[in-house]
Design a protein around this ligand. Structure first.
Ligand code: AMP
Length: 373
């Protein structure tokens, strides 16, 4: 199935050609026709499946076809997402896909001065991408009016729950018009999320792709049996030899900083991102990495959530994750959208117990590489 066969309008098709997307991903193929028909949608899909375009394209298409000529702009689509990084990435997607329409969009999130965000809002936008806290804050200050919202997207609902945003969402829901389209996305469906979705959605169509246990087949996985004191040298050797873009996972923030210092001393340019870094430092590190200025980024699980780096070649688990699901999330950062990828995992004796869980969850045996001491 092609994008054209999904009845996507000309301006969006041109934008997709510019992005060099040749075919829709499975979640796009299933979700776009449903959303274009105006129905509510329950989407079970992780980051990496192309779900952002699956909701952004129908929202843009419906709004651009209804756009009135009046000078006044109101927020007609609200996209809510848990983290600033995701919000920024979604905003970039809207810039890409709506590039040939006259729709205006903006993004708001906390941790930064609200003034520039407020001044864009005052000029008028059609689409607002927001994290819950800042959204509520600006609603309370009367800078945001949700009366005209026709399309509401709740992205990464299970992460919203993990991060304690459910109460914020429950405060925002009654402010939204009852007559609206709702697109609800979550990677997993625990009972609380299923109940929440039932209270928000009206006779939705359910679309489900790639459950959490599925590991993309294009990812090559290796397990290095290596004790803690040897991990630094192994990492240096691999990065010097492979010279590929790599996202390195550390269990702790302190550990991430230590790894970054060690690599920089060896002339391997890298930056660490974690919760103790300011928002601008994290954004700068990501920009440097995406532009190729640095080839290595060290992250904790929380900081790396939802980071979308196109063509990331390698994920390295410097520390083993605590649970098997985290392993799947981590390595899913590579091998995206049909690209190949490599996942290397450093495992010491104390960490070995989790390997069994990972193999059980993924249904695959990890290829073991013994590291000479
Ligand atoms: P997402 O799951 O929305 O975070 O998307 C994951 C990645 O896939 C992003 O880098 C998108 O730019 C990319 N992508 C989305 N749709 C397509 C497509 N149809 N063809 C190729 N790449 C895509």
């Amino acid at each position: 199935m092609t994008f054209k066969e999904l009845n996507i309008s000309e301006p969006i098709l041109s934008a997709l050609i510019k992005k060099k997307y040749s075919l829709p991903t499975p979640v796009q193929e299933q979700a776009i026709p449903v959303a274009l028909s105006g129905r509510d949608l329950l989407g079970i899909a992780q980051t990496g499946t192309g779900k952002t375009a699956a909701f952004a394209i129908p929202v843009i298409q419906q709004l651009s076809q209804q756009q009135s000529k009046s000078a006044e702009r109101n927020i007609q689509a609200l996209i809510m997402t848990p983290t600033r990084e995701l919000a920024i990435q979604i905003d970039e997607c809207f810039s890409d896909y709506a590039g040939y329409t006259s729709l205006r969009h903006t993004v708001i999130f906390g941790g930064v001065n609200q003034k520039p965000q407020v001044s864009v809002l005052k000029r008028g936008v059609d689409i607002l991408i927001a994290t819950p806290g800042r959204l509520l804050d600006l609603i309370n200050q009367k800078y945001i009016n949700l009366k005209y919202v026709k399309h509401f997207v709740l992205d990464e609902a299970d992460r919203m729950l993990d991060m304690g945003f459910i109460h914020d969402i429950k405060r925002i829901l009654p402010i939204l018009p009852r007559q609206r389209q709702t697109l609800f996305f979550s990677a997993t469906m625990p009972q609380v999320i299923a109940t929440l979705s039932q209270s928000i959605l009206n006779n939705p169509v359910r679309v489900e792709v790639a459950p959490v246990s599925s590991v993309v087949d294009t990812i090559e996985q290796h397990l290095y049996l290596v004790e803690k004191p040897q991990k630094n040298q192994l990492l240096i050797d691999i990065l010097q030899k492979k010279k590929r873009s790599a996202l390195v996972f550390s269990r702790t923030k302190h550990g991430a900083d230590k790894i970054a210092r060690t690599l920089n001393k060896q002339g391997i340019g890298c930056e660490a991102i974690h919760g103790n870094k300011t928002q601008s430092a994290r954004q700068r590190a990501l920009t440097n990495f995406k532009s190729g200025k640095t080839h290595v980024i060290i992250a904790t699980d929380i900081a790396a959530r939802g980071i979308d780096i196109a063509n990331l070649e390698m994920v390295i688990n410097y520390d083993m994750p605590d649970v098997a699901e985290t392993y799947v999330h981590r390595i899913g950062r590579t091998g995206r959208a049909g690209n190949s990828g490599t996942a290397l995992t450093f495992c010491s004796k104390e960490e070995y117990s989790i390997v069994k869980d990972i193999q059980k969850l993924t249904g695959k045996k990890l290829n073991t590489v013994a590291v000479p001491v």
